[in-house]
Each structure stands twice: as C-alpha cells, then as structure tokens.
Ligand binder design. Structure first.
Ligand code: FMN
Length: 405
C-alpha cells in the first residue's frame, strides 16, 4: 500500500513540475529553482521605482520581481505552501473550472464596483487580506499597505503579529479590521487586544480558526532560524504580555460565544471550508465568514477555497456575509468568486509581493491591476454593477480536466 502511495506521490510531483500552464501558483515550481543569490537582492529601502512598477502587468510579474527584492528564506516563507504544494496550486487552478456565461448587448459604459462590508462602503470588492512579515518585504511595512488600502477605499485586515503596532496602523485613515487567533489566557490576551482594537477604531474582529496548531513545514521553516523575525513576545501588539504560550489547541466554538460577550464589534470567522462549519459559525453568532484555507500554508491536500465556496454560500443562504480568500490572482478570479456567493475577496500574497516591489506604490499597483482586470471582465461579461453579479454568470466545467492537482 505504501509503495502505491509513494508511486502516486511521485506522479503528482512530476505532474506539478511538468505543468506548462503559467499562473502565479507556479511558484510551486520554486522547489526546482536555484534561490536568488544574496548579491542579487535589492535593498528593501530603495526598491521604490515607479518606472519599474509600470512594467509589471500581472500578479505573476509581481511574484517574479518580488523574489529579486526579498531574502530567499523570507520569500519562501511568504510564497510557499504546505507539503508538496498541492492545495497552493489547486487554490489558483480551480478557478479555471468555472467558465463564464457572458451576457451581451447590455450597457456597460458606466461600471460600479462599489459594495459594502458589514455596512461600510468600499470602492471595490477587492480587500487587503491579513498577513505578517510585512517589514521583511518593505521597511514601511503595514503603514505602506494601509496607505495604499486607504487610496483604494477598501478594507485592510491587520494581524495580531503585525510588525507595526495596531495603534500606529490605525493612524492611517480607512476601513480596517483586526485579526486574532483563539489565544490562551483569553482574559489577559484576547480581551485586551480586542478592547485595544475597539479603541483604535477597528470595525470588526476577524477570528482565524483554522490554525490552532501550525503546519509542519511552516513550523520547521519558522524554527530553522536566520529569518530575523522578531520573537512573538517582542512584536508591538504583544509586548505587554511577555513570554507566554499563544496558541490554544483546545479552543472550541465556545470561544466565539465568549468573544461575543466581550465586544460589540462584528465577529468575522476566517477559515471555513464546509457547510457544517458554516452552520456552526452562524449558530455561534458569526457576522461574517471568510471561506479560506489560509493560502494553503498549513495543511496540504485541502479543497481549494473557490471549490468550497458554493457549498458554504448555499448553507449560509444569506444569514451572514460570506467572503473568500486563497488563490486570487486576477480579475476573472474575483468575478467568479462573486458569482459563486462571495461578497468580497481578500488578497494575501500578491499584496506582499507588491510591497516587496515598491512599498506603498507597489501595493497600489497590485490593487489597481486587480481593479482594472475586474472592471474589464465585468464589461466583457455584460455586468455593470458588482451587485448584479450572480450565479448565472458562471458554469462549472465538468469535463475530465487536463490540469493536475
Ligand atoms: C506571509 C503570510 C502571512 C500570513 N499571516 C496570517 C496571519 O497572521 N493570520 C491569518 O489569519 N492569516 C494569515 N495569512 C493567510 C492570509 O490571510 C490568507 O488567508 C492567504 O494568504 C490567502 O491566500 P493567497 O495568499 O493565495 O491570497 C498569511 C499569509 C501569508 C502569505
């Protein structure tokens, strides 16, 4: 049995390396590439070249370019997925399984990409997902990301592990949510973080529930040293707590019940991939859920987020807002996610690649690119308003597929 499994794994690996489809998740093939030599890595404080940014026409361009500007270990930490990268690749490729059913002869001269997130207006359904290590991509870190997010009038989610304190990020205007995990010592840690976020003006709490233990490769990468990562207890949001154990693998839905008692902010649950968990999230008072496999960073072999979305959206049936992250690399991905039930999408790695390529201007360019691609796709599909995007716009391609997962 184990020989069969091993042979199967080899076939899967080979097929991944031989895949000729160019897409941003071909970063998986990094395993086959030589790392960028240190001498070729640009100084993160001087990589703000506008001219160079204008030459970057796709998220794939940003991915490639960012590798030149980033220390190899950091780039791997940001861009790799767990295991053999099966789900990392699937997150992007599964979008290809949905095909458009465009409408014709509709007035698309004026496009409206605006929408709302928990009642707050945003200019487009493209939001900035929660990520760490921003100071490793650019010296301005979250401040650069927040400024670009403000310029696009969208929502940014700030991590507990952010490299700039939540208070300082909050000084940049714009809609922001604060992300936490179900931490141990909830009274001392979670309650204080949530109260602080409320006082700083964050508009929702995002509770990440899918990584109460970290993935094996992720853990190994983190503990292999040499990253120059700030130890957790020295991070600006956590300094006040000292050296404590954060992750609480015993946390259950009761944690959400408790969270609801300590804040009036809406609670958005991040990391749902099934109808069962979606229903439980609703029973425990979720105001929004993010269909997410955390960009396939911890567990390999999961369903792609876009694959899980129809099941989750059907189960939720309008009882709370549904968003999606993991694998968004182009405007057509966004329109497909909206058609399948997401109200908005959150973008992870592309924001970090943008940051590495040009700080605020790099993130600005990534958001502009995705907005341009979305508006172009909307016009070509015959929809003038984001609100008009519905399930009838796509169909699932049920043919045996040539892509390998
Ligand atoms: C470098 C990095 C750091 C991340 N840090 C967090 C985090 O602190 N909390 C969290 O809930 N998700 C975190 N994520 C996951 C993202 O929020 C998001 O789920 C994922 O990146 C989406 O997939 P994408 O990168 O394909 O867009 C991180 C992702 C990356 C790449």
């Amino acid at each position: 049995m184990s020989t069969i499994l091993r042979a199967f794994d080899i076939v899967v690996l080979l097929s991944l390396f031989l895949d000729s489809n160019s897409n941003a998740c071909d970063s998986l093939d990094y395993n086959a590439r030589e790392p960028t030599p240190d001498s070729a890595i640009m100084d993160r404080s001087t990589n703000d070249s506008k001219g160079q940014l204008e030459d970057l026409m796709t998220i794939e361009d940003f991915e490639r370019e960012s590798e030149k500007n980033t220390e190899p270990k950091i780039w791997r930490y940001v861009s790799h997925g767990a295991g053999i990268g099966q789900t990392l690749k699937r997150n992007c490729e599964y979008f290809q399984r949905y095909l458009f059913r465009p409408r014709v002869m509709r007035d698309v001269s004026q496009l409206d990409m605006g929408t709302t997130l928990l009642g707050e207006h945003i200019n487009s359904p493209i939001c900035v997902g929660v990520t760490t290590a921003q100071d490793k991509m650019h010296v301005d870190a979250e401040l650069a990301t927040a400024k670009a997010s403000r310029a696009h009038r969208t929502c940014m989610v700030v991590s507990t592990w952010s490299s700039v304190s939540m208070d300082d990020v909050a000084t940049v205007e714009g809609l922001k949510w604060f992300q936490i995990h179900p931490f141990h010592h909830r009274e001392e840690t979670t309650r204080r973080l949530v109260t602080r976020a409320e006082n700083c003006g964050y508009k929702a709490i995002v509770l990440t529930i899918d990584s109460r233990v970290v993935g094996r490769e992720f853990g190994r990468l983190m503990s292999s040293g040499g990253f120059g990562f700030t130890p957790l207890h020295e991070l600006p949001n956590l300094k006040e707590f000292g050296k404590i154990e954060y992750h609480d693998p015993s946390a259950s839905w009761e944690y959400v019940d408790w969270l609801k008692t300590i804040t009036n902010l809406p609670i958005v649950i991040k990391g749902i991939l099934t109808a069962e968990s979606a229903n439980e999230a609703i029973q425990h008072g979720a105001d929004g859920i993010i269909v997410s496999n955390q960009g396939a960073r911890h567990l390999d072999g999961m369903v792609a987020s876009i694959e899980a979305l129809p099941e989750v959206a059907k189960a939720i049936n309008g009882r709370c807002e549904v968003y999606l992250d993991s694998g968004i690399r182009r405007g057509t991905d966004i329109i497909k996610a909206l058609a399948l039930g997401a109200r908005a999408v959150f973008v992870g790695r592309p924001i970090l690649w943008g940051l590495a390529c040009g700080g605020e201007a790099g993130v600005d360019r990534v958001l502009t690119l995705l907005e341009d691609e979305l508006s172009n796709a909307m016009a070509l599909c015959g929809v003038a308003k984001v609100a008009d995007i519905d399930n009838s716009l796509v169909r699932h391609d049920t043919r045996p597929h040539v892509s390998k997962y």
